[in-house]
Design a protein. Structure first.
Length: 521
């Protein structure tokens, strides 16, 4: 029996598209703040948001863009990226954000594959886009756009535009996966998918119009787009959007902007943990608005890191799980004081989930299999890739996540590893996460990832890649002995490789397969 769908919120917005939802808030709470920008101290009300997206829509149409055309942007977080993202959706276009960390070759591929008609780029990323363009057979027009001041273009008349109709099934977002195992795949999300992703987050975290989120994750990633933009939009709340993450400014943004929650990744939690306190706990405790919770996603949160953060800052962390293919969140731990379980991303909210064998048949509680998910948040398809779509979504709408997991008797899901990242040593399956969790308990380790590398005797051997916290020291022998005392000989890494930083995707998730290539090279 599948865990029940927990998708019956106290509020159900009648709007079924992003355009209709913006119009609804502009009508019912025009002066309420939707977004705040710390660097400029500017605010954007719901009425001002509607006016700005209408102006952008007029500009899009004046440039000859039509419904269903794709536009891209590459820039840091700020007012421009936020308004561009929502304006494209409002105008009936498809938005395909570019990740600056992807590299010229992948950016070139994405620009070509996505059929992008126009690229918005901030001055600091223009050289990256120009380099990608020079390697491309197609020349795509670009518009320069400062993070805070908007695009440089002639003003078109809003009164002259006639908005094209859009439906819940209209495509809205084209997001490319990180592409660590070859060419990235383009995930197509409809307006219905996006609003469902926002609703799943809002319901799981019991968000209301009084809640305000801090968004420090990049707007070129699904976590920021659906969790800290769509969830406040669905619930009528607000968000604070600095240019990017800063460990020294984080708690000041939370308290000064009166945020009630934030969404981060385990890497950020680790960096905050290793920051000097400098009165931060007192700052949190004296804040005029109580921080209800922090939310962790995009990668597994080691239990020791989870517990340590809550003890240090007295702010509960709710572990969750989501995918680009599901418009972010599919699982979440219940909100405090309800029971949650360290090491688990929680239970189903707004989705059905099941653990299945290779044939797609559900297995019993406690038996490992692949995590499958079904719901309104599940993507429409992979763009121009029917084979990959058919291999990922079956005829009943079940999406294969590629994650190995078990479900306990209470309906909590525990991720045991990625199918493609499983380490097989001498015929024994070893989940990298089990080793990661131990490494994160070492006082000198700030980042860690276990991987399997080819070995002539065992097929694969366990290796660990770690980053040491600033000012901390530990030798390879120290860490190996530490692991052996907790894991035993078979699972203990044979080698420790020290890095200044581990390769990550735009969400902050460590890319293990890239580490395998680097270590084996």
């Amino acid at each position: 029996m599948n865990p029940p769908m927990m998708n019956l919120p106290k509020y159900v917005p009648p709007a079924t598209t992003v355009r209709a939802l913006i119009a609804q808030h502009a009508r019912t709470q025009p002066d309420a703040v939707f977004a705040m920008f710390p660097e400029t101290q500017a605010e954007l009300s719901y009425k001002a948001l509607e006016q700005e997206v209408q102006q952008y829509a007029a500009q899009f149409y004046a440039l000859g863009l039509a419904q269903g055309d794709t536009v891209s942007y590459m820039m840091g977080n700020g007012r421009s990226a936020l308004v561009l993202f929502l304006s494209a959706l409002y105008a009936g276009l498809i938005v395909s954000p570019l990740n600056p960390a992807a590299g010229p070759e992948q950016i070139t591929y994405v620009l070509q594959h996505s059929d992008t008609k126009l690229v918005f780029v901030s001055p600091n990323f223009k050289a990256v886009v120009d380099q990608a363009q020079s390697a491309s057979a197609i020349a795509i027009p670009t518009v320069e756009c400062d993070e805070d001041c908007g695009p440089v273009w002639p003003q078109a008349s809003v009164s002259a535009i006639k908005l094209v109709p859009i439906e819940p099934t209209s495509d809205g977002l084209l997001m490319y996966t990180s592409g660590t195992t070859g060419r990235p795949k383009g995930v197509v999300l409809t307006h219905e998918n996006l609003l469902a992703g926002g609703m799943n987050t809002a319901v799981a975290h019991e968000l209301t119009s009084t809640d305000r989120a801090l968004c420090v994750l990049p707007l070129c990633h699904i976590n920021a787009q659906c969790v800290t933009v769509m969830a406040p939009l669905v619930s009528g709340g607000s968000l604070v959007l600095p240019h990017g993450f800063s460990a020294t400014r984080f708690w000041h943004w939370v308290t000064e902007s009166q945020c009630s929650w934030f969404s981060v990744v385990p890497t950020i939690i680790s960096y905050l943990m290793h920051q000097p306190m400098d009165g931060q706990k007192e700052l949190i405790e004296s804040a005029p608005v109580k921080v209800r919770f922090g939310r962790s996603a995009s990668a597994a949160l080691p239990p020791a890191l989870h517990a340590g953060f809550e003890e240090k800052f007295s702010v509960p962390i709710v572990e969750t799980m989501g995918l680009t293919e599901t418009a972010a969140q599919i699982l979440s731990n219940p909100m405090p004081p309800k029971a949650n379980k360290y090491g688990s991303p929680g239970v189903a909210f707004g989705t059905y989930i099941k653990i299945a064998d290779e044939a797609g048949n559900e297995v019993a509680h406690g038996v490992e299999g692949e995590l499958l998910v079904q719901g309104k948040c599940v993507m429409r398809c992979y763009y121009k890739n029917p084979q990959a779509t058919a291999a990922t979504i079956d005829d009943q709408g079940w999406l294969r996540t590629g994650d190995l997991a078990i479900i306990d008797k209470d309906g909590f899901c525990f991720i045991t590893g990625r199918i493609k990242e499983l380490i097989i040593k001498g015929g024994e399956n070893i989940a990298p996460r089990e080793i990661d969790d131990v490494l994160y308990t070492h006082p000198a380790v700030i980042e860690a990832a276990a991987i399997g590398i080819d070995d002539v005797h065992y097929g694969q051997e366990v290796v660990a890649c770690v980053v040491l916290a600033e000012g901390k020291q530990a030798s390879e022998v120290d860490i190996i002995n530490f692991c052996q005392s907790k894991l035993g000989k078979v699972k203990t890494p044979k080698q420790i490789h020290f890095f200044h930083d581990l390769p990550k995707g735009p969400s902050g998730k460590v890319q293990r397969l890239k580490l395998v290539d680097q270590v084996q090279a």
